[in-house]
Design a protein. Sequence first.
Lengths: 394, 318, 88
Amino acid sequence: MTQAQTVRVAALQGDEAVAEAVRQCDVDVVAAYPITPQTIIVEKLAEYVADGRFRGEFVPVESEHSAMSACIGAAATGARVFTATSSQGLALMHEMLYNAAGMRFPIVMAVANRALSAPLVLNADHGDMMGSRDCGWIQFYAENVEEIYDRTIQLFKLSEDPRVMLPSTINFEGFILSHDKERVRLLEDESIRRFLGRPNPKHKIDPDGPLTFGAIATPDTYYEFRMQQLEAMKNALHVFDEVEMEFESFSGRRYGAVDAYNTDGADVVMVINGSAGGTMRATARALNAAGEKVGVLAIKLYRPFPVEQLVSHLAQAKAIVVMDRSLSPGAPTGPMSEDVKSALQLAGLAKPIMSVVYGIGGRDLSTEDGKNIFGMAKEGSAFGASTVMYGVKA
Amino acid sequence: MFEPIKGLKELPTEEPLSPGHRLCPGCGASIVVRQVLLAAPKDTIIAEATGCLEVSTALYPYSAWNRPWIHSAFENAAAVASGIESGFKALARRGEAKEHPIIVFGGDGGTYDIGIQALSGAIERGHRFLYVCYDNEAYMNTGIQRSGGTPLGAWTTTTQVGSARAGKQETKKDLVSIVVAHRVPYAATASISHWRDLMTKVRKALSKDGPTFLHVIAPCTRGWRFDSEKTIRMARLAVETRLFPLYEVENGVYKITFPVASPKPVEDYLKLQGRFGHLFQPQNAAELEAVKKGVSENYTRLEKLSQLTSQMYTQQVA
Amino acid sequence: MSWKELAEAGVVKGGTAASYVVSGWRVKRPVINEAKCTNCLICWIYCPEPAIVRHEGGKVTIDYDHCKGCGICETECPPKAITMVREP
């Protein structure tokens, strides 16, 4: 492993780390609308613009729908494009998310996850991104601020790869990660520049060779266009490995599509995404020190869903707990729980699965909660029963 | 400054819009596009909203556009244009690309109503583009439903004519006034019948360093209910009856570019279109009067604005 | 056509519509009386397709592959050199 080329260590909020990464990635156009808890991203970028440190175009659009629309227009010129949003903003641009993916523009977006209204709340859960999970974007979840910084950089490389050409998001919980300061080992501007190069899309707006973007399809062709997208999404799985390998070569850091802690030989494996992955790992370490056999599988890459890796880490588990930080009203369990169950079923594995929903609307999850959930898993009655709505005031 | 329109023979022979598109015979919208693009530079980039024009000219694998062209959604053409403009600005700063003129095409649907926010935002931010609203006065593509641009009294499929109600009860939104309120360098109305006026305005608009706007009347043979050969005649009558005055607003100064000293009766225009047929029934006489009153009041308003603003703004415009 | 053969993201070269023939839309076709035609180009600037072709050093002709027979040219022609004739 190469020595990490760190320029300096900084204490950054998640939002600040995103802004710094965007500045370093030679982004050409940022079109964004402020929404709590993403606002620090746009404010920081505006500071960089005023200082002359961000030399791209910062477009203060009048809504998130226009943000994604402007991103699409900018991406068509062959420029490197970025935006950020949360919650209502993500919901407002929902239509355009599908559009961006369908038009195969490699836009990168940071989502500071926040629960969706109504009722209105400012705090985190994954409901916003889960509500748009079928939009065709590549979706990552981060567990800490340094991971947010690293992923933002990686996403440009992944999205812009000709085998992919899909837009991508890095998701991180609002306030918990967007606002809390954590240690980030910043990388050199030049290393990042060399890693990313400049965008070179196959198609872009060029008066010398006029192209038509966004022609309508018919039932004869629509399905096939969507297949192209699905294939690109499939490619993203292995292109991602290449991206991480190259990223590691100059940063010394690698995360994987999943992070497996003590999953081999575990009695119970807790499957989770987002910042609470760290909480559950701390919980598991304490439990294991006391003689339990607990594993934690943190899902970092959510779309495309890393089925093979998931299955390989869960194959030996005696029981599985899947923890969702969002709701799917009327569905048997939470969204990620559905994905895990499908993946295992496809692999022919039958496991006792306990589905838990936690952290809705910013409700905190502590290591004490983690112990309680493990306790429920050990007790066993919640397996196969309906989803556990953990933490709700009964 | 800009190159004046000398004559038809000086216009390019290379067609910006290729034939073989699926617009109706006699469609006013394609005439708008042809005249606008023939007046514009060859490297013009087009952003377009969903609508009649878009679906008929870009149906995979056929495209009628001999210019770079992008469509994404219905309400966002101006936002997409903002992105294109910003993208090229950023790339040009790096020396990786050159900037090009940008023209946005949106129907009355995609401009007056669902697209008004994106238009307002893009203008307020000062992006350099020319927005051309081709106004066929209803959501024609989805089947002739009313829009904010549908005139008072018109039949549409959502302002039907019956015993309780006869046609649209609301007046046509004054789109140019909304745009002018943003203090754009240039906004104007145009008609495909008066091609020289239209093309001059296109060149004038493109010469401005900022957002500009052209509101063009695009008669629709299907939705307005008239035979296809009358499209230009309809556009001409709209001007000659003062119903659709041809004017421009340059840095706040109003000027009627085609003054109509002796207007033809508004009825001459209305009676040729099936969508206004009910206005000639005795029970709808009041509605017909309201339409005529609106026309004369609007023209008087523009005359007064011309007088007022030519005195208010003494600065010579470039 | 397989999804592998379709243009990626449906991006197409501009102007491909020219290969699409719409002559079947017509009920009537315009016929230009060359003697009366002054080549003023009014029909050309008002044609929605365009199905009127300009020729260097010659008068305009009709592109019958792309004419939909709307009749605007007949209506607007100043010397009345165009006549709409029913298709057989």
